[in-house]
Design a protein around this ligand. Structure first.
Ligand SMILES: N[C@@H](CCC(=O)N[C@@H](CS)C(=O)NCC(=O)O)C(=O)O
Length: 235
């Protein structure tokens, strides 16, 4: 089978999801770092016409949009299956994935995480407190709904992880580095325990460890001959 190449910005939550997915499948892959300033370069726009990351390259096949990438990988690397066979559980998985993309990312993650984490660390910006405050009502609704959907289960679709956990965990994990976590995440013990379970997995341990202050991110590389690690700068 052709090599998998993941083009992404080190530290990107959607990129981390893709890398963790490949780890969960025990697949060999290569990480190709994309510098944030080159997202609109002709080279990157040829991979992703909307200038975002991640992009999966599999031989001559190029694919962007994280949900599409996850579902493709779950089909070409069928074991272990990360989509429940039960239609209702699979539908719940799809629902949680769309909650991530439509409600957690847009207007919540891309505001609060940007102003608290990415902007200050990568661009030296001061947080825009008014923008954060304006995002909080939606943030409260999203975290409440994620906690409700998780309930007392170990993972979003039951006892086993699915694509939904892999998509949501990197996004929620970023909030732990914000003061808003104290209101949004910390009081929801089921979410806290789920995130700890996800972050303890080898796939998460291997993919991103930020040292915070400098924005240096460590990216794991899975290979059949063992895991190698490299350090790459966020900016
Ligand atoms: N719907 C896309 C979203 C990808 C996305 O927004 N990625 C962020 C990084 S986590 C990005 O590329 N941001 C660059 C920008 O906003 O210009 C997906 O699921 O892959």
């Amino acid at each position: 089978m052709s090599e998998f190449i993941v083009h992404s910005i080190p530290g990107s939550p959607f990129g981390r999801t893709t890398l963790a997915m490949l780890h969960e499948k025990g697949a060999s892959y290569r990480f190709s770092p994309v510098a944030p300033g080159t997202l609109r370069s002709p080279e990157h726009l040829a991979r992703h016409p909307f200038g975002r990351v991640p992009v999966l390259q599999h031989g001559a096949f190029m694919l962007y949009e994280t949900q599409a990438i996850l579902r493709y990988l779950d089909r070409v690397l069928p074991a272990p299956a990360l989509t429940p066979a039960d239609p209702k559980r699979a539908a719940r998985m799809d629902q949680v994935m769309n909650v991530n993309d439509w409600y957690l990312f847009h207007g919540v993650g891309n505001v609060i995480v940007f102003h608290r984490v990415v902007g200050p660390r990568v661009m030296g910006l001061k947080p825009d407190e008014a923008a954060i405050e304006a995002a909080m009502p939606k943030a409260r609704a999203v975290f409440e709904e994620l906690a409700r959907l998780l309930g007392e289960q170990a993972f979003f679709t039951g006892d086993a992880i699915s694509l939904a956990d892999l998509l949501v965990a990197p996004a929620v994990g970023f909030f732990k580095d914000t003061p808003e976590w104290a209101e949004l995440g910390a009081p929801r013990q089921n979410l806290v325990a789920w995130l700890a379970r996800m972050e303890a997995r080898p796939s998460f341990q291997a993919t991103t460890v930020g040292d915070g202050a400098s924005g240096v991110i460590e990216i794991g590389r899975s290979s059949t001959s063992g895991r190698r690690r490299r350090r790459a700068s966020f900016a």
